[in-house]
Design a protein around this ligand. Structure first.
Ligand SMILES: NC(=O)c1ccc[n+]([C@@H]2O[C@H](COP(=O)([O-])OP(=O)(O)OC[C@H]3O[C@@H](n4cnc5c(N)ncnc54)[C@H](OP(=O)(O)O)[C@@H]3O)[C@@H](O)[C@H]2O)c1
Length: 310
């Protein structure tokens, strides 16, 4: 990629898309095209095609999706499947039609089978079984995009990379306690409880373990993958934390140590997931942020936004 190439980013207002926009601009890319829902509804094939024909990007980072946390994925299976299949199909097809040189898309660890065929999870295991029931429709929709890219490569010679992403967090996430992801939902819970002088109620028992990555590192690795990797590539920090560890770090960061209650009636999700990182290691990628540093930045960003909103 050169610095004058037109680089289109879908989902540009979201967690990953906005971090990518910021990172590419910091790296000196001069023609970054940002697509949010306002610019184009990517569920609609005609609008998507027209948008791509009008902008004619050289490269595409596809980070738009209908994204929920565990409860959102369980309660919105049809919507999650429909929107994600439509958005991905339209974006990949439009990219091919306008001659995009390479597309790098955001996939998810939810594509992996449950139970895990082996740990750490390797990219070639994706189709060896069905995804975890809590996120199966989201996982299947994301798998369809992987199958589509392979088909478009065979039929049309399309170049692509598929980022099989661990859990991400950071500024501009959806801070939603009901349907959101673990970290933003915890950040909001701690913030609200602190404001009200109450205890923090946390879902599950904290035993589930995940690889978390701060979104600024995710943006760096997505750019490195666009430049250096073909096909599917896992991303992760290489360290697996218990949700309990994240809760303890946030309790310290927010000054709420000793104020946590666990609601073990609520779902935990899959127990343990770790990723084989051979591909990103082979291009020399290392996270610049520890989880604690990422959590601190996220907490500070969210507190500042809440302060502004008052
Ligand atoms: N966050 C994670 O932990 C995580 C983990 C693994 C993989 N991923 C993947 O990373 C990608 C980005 O996730 P994210 O966390 O950045 O999600 P996000 O913050 O929700 O961003 C997604 C963006 O896509 C936009 N979008 C949704 N439907 C659209 C439509 N019909 N037309 C145009 N834009 C639309 C959303 O706009 P609205 O806000 O207006 O809906 C939002 O700005 C997704 O593919 C996700 O599956 C994320």
């Amino acid at each position: 990629m050169n610095k004058q190439d037109k680089i289109l980013i879908t989902g540009a207002k979201g967690l990953v898309g906005s971090a990518l926009v910021e990172h590419l601009k910091n790296e000196g890319y001069a023609n970054v095209i940002e697509v949010g829902r306002q610019e184009c509804d990517l569920v609609d094939p005609v609008s998507t095609r027209q948008f791509f024909e009008a902008t004619r990007p050289d490269y595409v980072f596809h980070a738009a999706a209908r994204v929920y946390g565990i409860m959102g994925n369980m309660k919105n299976k049809a919507l999650s499947f429909y929107d994600n299949v439509m958005i991905n199909t339209n974006v990949v097809d439009a990219s091919q039609k306008v001659g995009v040189r390479k597309i790098t898309v955001m996939g998810t660890g939810a594509v992996y089978p449950f139970p895990s065929p082996g740990l750490p999870l390797r990219e070639e295991m994706i189709f060896l079984g069905v995804p975890h029931p809590a996120e199966d429709s989201y996982g299947h929709a994301k798998r369809a995009m992987l199958a589509m890219l392979a088909a478009y490569q065979e039929s049309y010679g399309m170049e692509w990379a598929y980022v099989v992403s661990c859990n991400l967090f950071g500024p501009r996430d959806k801070f939603d306690t009901e349907f959101g992801h673990v970290v933003p939902s915890l950040v909001k819970k701690f913030f609200d409880a602190k404001q009200r002088g109450e205890k923090v109620v946390v879902w599950g028992d904290g035993s589930a373990q995940r690889d978390f990555m701060y979104v600024k590192d995710a943006a760096r690795v997505a750019l490195a993958i666009m430049e250096n990797i073909k096909g599917a590539a896992n991303i992760g920090s290489g360290t697996v934390y218990r949700i309990r560890d994240i809760v303890e770090m946030l309790a310290e960061i927010s000054g709420m140590t000793g104020q946590v209650l666990w609601d073990s009636e609520k779902p935990n999700g899959q127990d343990y997931r770790s990723y084989d990182l051979t591909k990103i290691n082979s291009i020399g990628f290392k996270c610049q942020y520890t989880i604690r540093e990422g959590l601190e930045e996220t907490w500070n960003w969210y507190s500042e936004q809440m302060g502004k909103a008052k």
